[in-house]
Write a protein that binds this ligand. Sequence first.
Ligand code: C5J
Length: 230
Amino acid sequence: MVSISAQPYDYELPTDGGIALLIIDMQRDFLEPGGFGDALGNDVARLQSIVLTVKRLLDAFRTQKLSIFQTIECHKPDLSDCPPSKLKRGRGALKIGDVGPMGRILIEGEAGNAIIPELEPIPGEIVIPKPGKGAFYRTNLASLLQEQGITHLIVTGVTTEVCVQTTMREANDRGYECLLVEDATESYFPEFKQSTLEMIRAQGGIVGWTATAEAVLQGLSQWESSVLKI
Ligand code: C5J
């Protein structure tokens, strides 16, 4: 059994595959000036700090030919999938659907809604559009994971306490073994990130595990050698 050194205790990797990397909402709308995060008054530069770490994990999963899923938070141009409560909420400089410097805020197909260039999916990689904060709500993520026999999710992305945490809780309730990568997730609020990490691994890992990217990469490379030996 290969494991990743994690909190609150080691995270065991399955011997028969079933691991996927889940990258949540690494979009221009959240990471660049002029997008949704910025319109809500946040310092979007904070989120840039994880880009290289997420890229390292992405490259490792690509090299090992493991499953990768990216999500984007977005709505249809007619906003038919955006509940009025969500549209009204926030009271930022621009609301969902308004025209900003990168196109309409949080609308599919607009420049600002794209995944940042550093993490751009390559042909064949799956991108899941999601209208909610959680990646299971009104998406085909559950059926895709089932089709691919995924049992273990390595979770990354933004923002830690909103879309990442919601998704991880949804996945945990569905029976997935979830590990959140500490330095591959970020929040506009450092204290919210810290609290989320602590909440996830509290009470014996009530929602899952957390570990550094370095520990995940080490675990994965040992796992690859052990799988190749079988
Ligand atoms: C937010 C997200 N924060 N991706 N979305 O509205 O966390």
